[in-house]
Design a protein. Structure first.
Ligand SMILES: Cc1ncc(C[n+]2csc(CCOP(=O)(O)OP(=O)(O)O)c2C)c(N)n1
Ligand SMILES: Cc1ncc(C[n+]2csc(CCOP(=O)(O)OP(=O)(O)O)c2C)c(N)n1
Ligand SMILES: [Mg+2]
Ligand SMILES: [Mg+2]
Lengths: 334, 378, 334, 378
């Protein structure tokens, strides 16, 4: 979204700006987590918040993820809107009981009396040279937990908009922040931030006619690159950025696949039991007679996330995506 | 390496960061559990309070008996009885102000009822027509919590939030001896102490976690001794002595209200019945152990105290019992009515707004139910 | 598996017998968990083990699931074969960090030096009238975690065989024990238990030609019933019992679907992000040109597990399965 | 209700279950951290041990400096330095017998190296060519552990297993001050105490968890005070005084070995560098605080003690430094060689046997690599 006054900003800055604006707009928004205060977060997303709003609004907690989520549940019970940071994907696991058994279910358990307007920020994914436990793609766990919304932006503007929407939501939203896009820059005007769209709509990032790449988060730029490269092979690829994994925008995705007749789901999370299975299955259920080939998946391998020096072999890249496109049973050529 | 050059600067001192932060002594519990009934301290106890505790404990016992009976009649899916622990349940409820919050575990329906909750609503979870059967905000009673110790950080967060808003609210959170072994117990107490949140943690040490006795649960001198590791006071109390539990909790609530931060209270009590109606306690404990506690029954302790001091006579006892019977009869009658069920409720309140996916699924169930009804009509 | 001396046994008894036989055969097998000793477990699966093998081999632990899994990791490091019980599905969540970050990854992290021959027993699923947090179907979480094997039996004989195979495996195996089949009985001879098959093979429980029901665990008997009922509608349904979710037996499943040309995946776990997506997607990838209709899914709804009085509306039953079969685009009739 | 009938049986007694289980007093840490160097206790210290500690601490400092330098050269992905904490690292390594086990956290590569591990192997994780770069069984050093406090239950389980097998093995587990807030810390200590497992828990309280100071982490009088809540002894020691740390740990190891169960040791020390090379410590602490600790440097304390007692002279210092330089040169040289990588390793050791799925994926990568190589050849 380029406007006249647009200046380049990083995705990390856009997240931070969204937190700031949400805190300024609503005194019930509280940020808490490890190192979010004085340090401004290990990715500097919360930089400046403690200074502007004080320790009580942006709080360095003791080092305990279940405690962070659990106390946030209590704060939400009292009407606050906590935004918690899990420092890295794998360090959210100690909090899974609170997340699954309380955050996700509280509204339902209490027949709506106790909503959980809670935002859980999870820096996720690899490609940053992190040592073990710092690069997990944990979206499958969140997707399999009814009661949670799960979103993940791929652009600087979406980072802002989704974070605002997540905080504004009366339901718990897991915001998966693609670590390797934190420093991606885009012309984006923080003085006139994009309108905050409600959660749940996918978007066609690149129209095309030959096949659809269905993707999200850190894999969106890779797919855009693949679509560019595919032109040389004579394929005009459409790229759909899901943006929201829960709820899922069946309409946009199915419309695209019905148009193109072929689809590849791309994500860096492990393939087996990963998001791609769900996506491929529901696209097939809805578009079966429009499909020229089975919906294929390009995903991370079904292995523990590899060490930094080997991660490039694990992550879906342009070549692997094009290989999959080539397997989409093109009658004529390639 | 500039160490050699620095050598002259060296003075043998303790590490710079070290200042003993607090004196641990006042945080440690007394060696013996605090008692009131049958001791000299009883003379100072308020007669009205004693009588109120008595009436509520008798009601509580009757409530437990009635709920257990309802499981036998198939009216409850399951009931974890607090028989023998009524003093703790009742004291926890009575010690709080209206504006305060109670965080009960799955065993503490009685505390919720003593706080004013409709017993039928309190039993919804255990009857099985819904999960939490009441609006927690109405009586400020959090949902009965089954995943052990997970309610403790909720209490801390709520109390902390209230304090940040400048509201005079204390949270009292209940947990069992077994629950103290969970990581959530640790994290909750630590957050509470660091934040100086107005929370009181009440551990009902009833000797068992299902079949596991305390000795397999902890090697600590007492559970109250855990407090010092968080920098909060630990208190030990006779959990069958309603007056003592009330006094210790009242003190802790006052302390929290005045900004003094959290307290950990261990109440020593005993679960007189099996873990739930589905449990067979003979597998792991002998009758003699249970019998030893009959002499120390919470009703007995109160009745003795009140009668000896001439505050209660046979007539008074009868009145209290009659009241309890009335409550039980009412409960029985209302629980004998089948709850009204709507299967479409499955899709309510999963989210503030139904997702497309849930709308589709709701439509599917609706169609199935209609087809079923059609079939039944024909 | 009926033999001459066969007597009816329950699935719970078969699990228990497997534990007993494994402990008798190998002194490095240790059972630990909440109430597994003196009480014999809340489902009585471990009944008698503490008596026969002593407290040190069958241990009542303190009440802490991360502690149970974490100490079991240490025991496995020292060469023992721990079998841990998570008392109910939802009470395994506090241990997820240990499970995901250590149990599943230890072999890989240490290049094979420290295998994790650890069995995690998880009573799972609904249909037993349990109050909240006692009926979760958590298989999606385990499936999405590379390094774990995930199995679930549907018969008494498999309960025995799989438990023995899980304990014998040098890798961590999550044994999902279908709670509502604990008391299912079968003629099965504990004196001549079935051979222990290696983990990973699906089995055709009922041959058929019209369509394949792909299922596992508690849904197998429901699918068998549905297949019986389908005969009246003129459908001859094949029922494949997956038995092992990880590794997945693509061969058996694909062979069946290629033969029948139609498939429905049935499980009581929530549909969205549940196992069915993965299964449907991989079947479609492999059998696309044999499929007459998209692979459909019959699953639990995408909601927190409902209270006892409403659970029958949530659980996939015969009618819902037949409805799905009817939607498999039969040209002629039905 | 048979309470009235029982009334005569009533004697005002404490609850039957109550016996104070242990005397908490001996479990509590002293008010001041235990020190040896520069105090009267130093006279009793073994000269050989002091010299060994000195040599290892100097090596350790040099190792830290070298590893940090390697990050600047891009040879390590990241390095969490233990500069300033070498006394703890070294004492933890030296206090154990060969057959014992060490459970280090991600900051404790130095302890692993001091225990005999090849430094290049110890740094594999941080270089990034694999995760654990060594066979843990070789030197009985568990994998360097990043998820905080999760290694503690492993240590308990291993020590417990060894004890069950009748082996004389003690496990020493290291964790930071921040790590004590995690539920896993709580659960591990509780299991250890209940099982009386031969484990020693060493908390290096270095004042910070990344940017978070101890005061935001805990309100306890000391971290060592947490011990009493588990029924184990808590000990407080000057973490920069290698002789003191060694003595306290040796005592705890002996206690564990003799069947006395676990001990919690809090060593008070200071992280002189940033959290890792990627961290900017100026954001959360001032130089003056760091400087205050320079006078209390672990090398300084040892050097002073040894030189004052005539056990060390300039030549001896030089010899120790030369040895450290040699180690550093060797490390530098070996780390400057590119590790040999095989992408196909991705699929090794996920399971004992590759699944069909992994075989398919491995074949895919193999084909890609071959195609790449072909492309490169052309
Ligand atoms: C996290 C978790 N693990 C296990 C259980 C199963 N469970 C229910 S009650 C119980 C024993 C609880 O003992 P205690 O905390 O002493 O409470 P009490 O039953 O004595 O009131 C167990 C193990 C649970 N509810 N939650
Ligand atoms: C479970 C978990 N949560 C968060 C992190 C991220 N993290 C890495 S080190 C660190 C601070 C640790 O502080 P402390 O325990 O005092 O050890 P120190 O770094 O001082 O040695 C944090 C928060 C982690 N590694 N594991
Ligand atoms: Mg108990
Ligand atoms: Mg620290």
């Amino acid at each position: 979204m380029t406007t006249v006054a647009a200046k380049p900003a990083t995705m990390a800055q856009a997240f931070g700006r969204a937190l700031r604006d949400a805190m300024a707009a609503d005194p019930s928004v509280h940020v808490l987590g490890e190192d979010v205060g004085t340090l401004g977060g290990v990715f500097r997303v919360t930089d400046g918040l403690a200074k502007e709003f004080g320790d009580a609004r942006c709080t360095d907690t003791p080092l305990a993820e279940a405690g962070i989520l659990g106390t946030a549940v209590g704060m939400a019970m009292y009407g606050l809107r906590p935004v918690v940071e899990m420092q890295f994907d794998a360090f959210a696991y100690p909090g899974f009981e609170q997340l699954i058994s309380h955050v996700a279910k509280m509204r339902n358990r209490t027949r709506g009396a106790m909503p959980m307007p809670l935002t859980v920020r999870v820096p996720y994914g690899g490609g940053i040279g992190g040592v073990e436990h710092h690069s997990d793609s944990s979206e499958a766990y969140y997707m399999a937990t009814p009661g949670l919304h799960v979103v993940t932006p791929a652009t600087v503007a979406d980072a802002y908009g989704m974070m605002r929407a997540a905080i504004a939501s009366d339901d718990p939203v897991v915001v998966l922040e693609p670590k390797r896009l934190y420093w991606s820059k885009d012309s984006w005007n923080p003085e006139h931030p994009t309108d905050v769209e409600p959660i749940g709509r996918a978007v066609v990032r690149r129209p095309g006619s030959s096949a659809t790449l269905i993707t999200y988060g850190p894999s969106v730029p890779v797919c855009m690159e693949a679509a560019e490269a595919a032109r040389a092979e004579g394929w005009d690829l459409e790229v759909v950025d899901l943006r929201s994994l829960v709820p899922f925008d069946d309409e946009t995705v199915s419309a695209s696949v019905r148009r193109t007749g072929r689809a590849v789901v791309v994500h860096e999370s492990g393939g087996f039991g990963g998001p791609g299975g769900e996506i491929a299955a529901r696209v097939t259920e809805r578009c079966f007679h429009h499909l020229e080939a089975p919906v294929l998946r390009v995903a991370g391998f079904d292995i523990p996330y590899p060490p930094p020096m080997l991660e490039r072999h694990h992550l879906p890249g342009v070549d692997r995506i094009l290989d999959a496109v080539a397997r989409l049973q093109w009658e004529a050529g390639s | 390496m500039t160490v050699m050059e620095q050598r002259d600067a060296y003075r043998p001192t303790p590490p710079p960061a070290w200042q003993p932060r607090t004196d641990p002594a006042p945080l440690l519990p007394d060696a013996e559990p605090f008692r009131v009934l049958g001791t000299d301290a009883a003379a100072k106890a308020d007669a009205r309070l004693l009588h109120q505790l008595y009436a509520e404990v008798v009601r509580g016992r009757r409530y437990n008996a009635q709920a257990t009976a309802l499981t036998k009649q198939g009216r409850l899916a399951v009931y974890p009885s607090s028989t023998g622990q009524e003093a703790c349940e009742v004291a926890a409820a009575l010690v709080l102000e209206e504006r305060d919050w109670l965080f009960p575990s799955y065993r503490d329906t009685l505390a919720a009822v003593a706080r004013g909750l409709d017993p039928v609503q309190a039993l919804t979870l255990l009857r099985g027509d819904w999960h939490t059967g009441y609006d927690p905000r109405e009586h400020r009673v959090a949902p009965l919590c089954t995943p052990l110790a997970t309610q403790l950080p909720h209490a801390v967060g709520l109390a902390h939030a209230a304090r940040l808003k400048g509201d005079d609210v204390v949270a009292l959170a209940m947990v069992g001896d077994g629950g103290t072994s969970e990581g959530d117990f640790h994290e909750a107490l630590n957050f509470a102490a660091v934040w100086q949140a107005p929370v009181v943690f009440l551990v009902q040490n009833n000797g068992f976690a299902i079949s596991v006795p305390l000795a397999k649960q902890t090697a600590a001198p007492s559970l109250a001794h855990k407090a010092v590791g968080y920098g909060m006071p630990g208190r030990l109390v006779d959990g069958n002595d309603a007056a003592a539990v009330h006094e210790v909790l009242a003190e802790a609530v006052r302390h929290a209200r005045e900004g003094g931060g959290p307290t950990l209270v261990e109440a020593i009590t005993y679960r007189m019945e099996a873990h739930t109606n589905a449990d067979d306690a003979t597998r792991y404990r002998v009758d003699a152990e249970v019998d030893a506690w009959r002499d120390h029954d919470p009703i007995l302790l109160l009745e003795r105290e009140l009668t000896e001091r001439g505050l209660l006579d046979e007539e008074g006892i009868r009145a209290v019992r009659d009241d309890a019977e009335k409550m039980a009869a009412d409960l029985r009658e209302r629980m004998n009515q089948d709850p009204v069920l709507d299967p479409m409720d499955l899709f309510r309140d999963v989210y503030a707004e139904q997702t497309t996916q849930l709308r589709e699924q709701a439509a599917q169930l609706r169609a199935e139910l209609d087809a079923e009804a059609d079939g039944a009509d024909r």
